[in-house]
Ligand binder design. Structure first.
Ligand SMILES: Cc1cc2nc3c(=O)[nH]c(=O)nc-3n(C[C@H](O)[C@H](O)[C@H](O)COP(=O)(O)O)c2cc1C
Length: 207
């Protein structure tokens, strides 16, 4: 069982990373393998809506983190996507990456657990979580919650460590994710089939 944890911050080992590392510790303690991936400070392209991925199943751009992340995602069982809060929304880089990952191959995420987390100095986390969670909730993913909304507060990693409730919230995400993964595994072993997803209707009212 493997969970990938993504940081959408350009700051290596910053606040978002610190929150993800707390989730990672809890997952590892429950016997779940993990890897933290950081988006870094190099540019990430936006989706250009070229539609090439509809034919090939992969994004036309191969020169940033997206191809590598998608490859890793295909072999993983669960995901945590984290972002700093920028003017009350997720980082542009993580949104660009998620748009391209989910638009080009959302099948690999279907029926797998996912949690989204946000880090902020002070405010804007709920709007950030609302925006970033949408990639998962439109893709048949199983959203993992916690004992509070999935957020930590701080300007620097040391602040995040002092945010005791935030860290507790992160640990509870890890526990809930590990438990859900084990339930899914047990269900699979005892023959519980994955739900069928209807795709008959795609209704556009505005033309
Ligand atoms: C461009 C920019 C915009 C920001 N906007 C907000 C904001 O709207 N609300 C907030 O509380 N903090 C804001 N911050 C602070 C960061 O969200 C906060 O320090 C976060 O924990 C940093 O996470 P990181 O170390 O993983 O990058 C902003 C920081 C930057 C660089």
């Amino acid at each position: 069982m493997k969970v990938l944890l993504f940081s959408g911050s350009p700051r290596k080992n910053g606040c978002t990373y610190t929150a993800l590392a707390e989730i990672e510790k809890t997952l590892n303690a429950a016997g779940v393998e993990t890897e933290i991936l950081q988006i870094g400070a190099k540019p990430v392209r936006d989706c250009i809506a070229c539609g090439d991925c509809r034919k090939t199943g992969s994004c036309v751009f191969k020169d940033d983190v997206v191809s590598e992340w998608l490859e890793k995602c295909a072999g993983a069982d669960g995901y945590v996507f984290g972002t700093p809060t920028y003017y009350g929304h997720p980082s542009g880089a993580i949104l660009s990456a998620l748009d391209r990952m989910f638009f080009s191959n959302s099948r690999i995420f279907r029926h797998k657990p996912v949690a989204f987390i946000a880090s902020a100095r002070r405010a804007g986390t709920t709007a950030t979580l609302d925006a970033i969670s949408k990639h998962g909730t439109i893709s048949d993913m199983l959203l993992v919650g916690s004992s509070y909304w999935n957020m930590v507060h701080g300007m620097e990693p040391e602040d995040v460590i002092k945010d005791e409730e935030g860290m507790q919230t992160m640990r509870n995400i890890g526990r809930n994710m590990a438990w859900l993964l084990k339930c899914l595994e047990a269900g699979k072993k005892s023959g519980v089939a994955l739900p069928e997803t209807e795709r008959k209707y795609m209704t556009n009212f505005i033309r």
